[in-house]
Design a protein around this ligand. Structure first.
Ligand SMILES: NC(=O)CC[C@H](N)C(=O)O
Length: 296
């Protein structure tokens, strides 16, 4: 049964990558603003996706964990040292990432982090909850809807910019949770997201959420400058937002970290690291030839 004996594994490419990583000297500081910052395993896929993207850029990631609640105004009164240090750390980073999450703890701090990134041209990637945070932030501070919120955090909000949109899927399990791989259509071939995904018109990424951007507010948000460049096949579920005229400001309802692999970094994590190090425009203008081989 010689035919069934596995060939000796070929670790050449892996060894080369590991050796290259051992010799990397440059680092990039990434502010990770979340709820469970004491539990880095809670965001393991995100941390690995950052590593894959950084290695593709010949850099080491330096992940700076910021407890979102330390950024809040309330913390300036109750824990002034933690507040000062959280802001100092945020300001020292080359980019900001707000990962997925559930529940309202830390949400006001995440909103402040998204506002800081938007106003100061700091590259930002918001994943799932992080995208919803961007929409709340933009609604409050650009549209002037002071109490804009997600129904998840304030069921009485007069401006529900993020709402529960049950799907009742016959093909996907998960009760009220929208789970699994779904196709996102990118309508504008010139948007940064489409370019990063090798000029794709659609991408297939994984989901894990209940709430979505309220379709009733899309017109108002877009007129004020926030662009929804990706949606599901119905056109009603927003999947990707971008802020044009910003070095890199992207929010995604899906979780690009789950399909990231060593040597096949997630397109959007790669974009974040390239933008954080001032290399995004060169990379985009040289596509497709200089592609770093992303995961889709
Ligand atoms: N995975 C997430 O970030 C979920 C975001 C939000 N809590 C929702 O259910 O829609």
């Amino acid at each position: 049964m010689a035919g069934n004996i596995a060939a000796a594994p070929n670790f050449q490419a892996w060894t080369k990558m590991a050796e290259a990583y051992d010799n990397l000297t440059g680092t990039v500081k990434i502010a990770m603003v979340g709820k469970y910052t004491g539990l880095s395993d809670a965001y393991l896929s995100v941390v690995k996706a950052l590593l894959h993207a950084c290695v593709a850029c010949s850099l080491r990631p330096s992940v700076e964990w910021i407890a979102a609640s330390d950024l809040e105004d309330e913390s300036a009164k109750t824990t002034p040292e933690a507040h000062a240090s959280a802001w100092e750390t945020l300001k020292s980073c080359a980019c900001v990432l707000v990962p997925g999450g559930f529940g309202d703890r830390g949400v006001p701090g995440m909103i402040l982090a998204a506002k800081f990134a938007r106003e100061n041209n700091v590259p930002y990637l918001g994943i799932c909850l992080g995208m919803q945070i961007s929409v709340i932030e933009f609604s409050r501070y650009v549209l002037g809807l002071e109490r804009a919120n997600s129904e998840e955090f304030d069921s009485q909000t007069p401006h529900p910019v993020v709402i529960f949109m049950p799907e009742g899927s016959r093909t996907h399990m998960g009760s009220t949770m929208r789970l699994g791989s779904r196709i996102t259509f990118l309508k504008d071939p010139d948007c940064v997201t489409s370019k990063l995904y090798q000029k794709s018109a659609s991408v297939d990424e994984r989901h894990r959420h209940r709430y979505e951007v309220n379709p009733d507010f899309i017109g108002e948000l877009e007129s004020a400058g926030l662009k929804f460049v990706g949606s599901d096949e119905s056109g009603k579920r927003m999947e990707v937002l971008e802020l044009p005229n910003h070095p890199y400001y992207i929010g995604v309802q899906f979780h690009p970290e789950f399909k990231s692999r060593p040597q096949r970094p997630s397109a959007l994590f790669l974009g974040l690291i390239l933008a954080a190090t001032g290399r995004l425009q060169t990379y985009l203008s040289n596509l497709p030839d200089s592609s770093l081989g992303t995961s889709q």
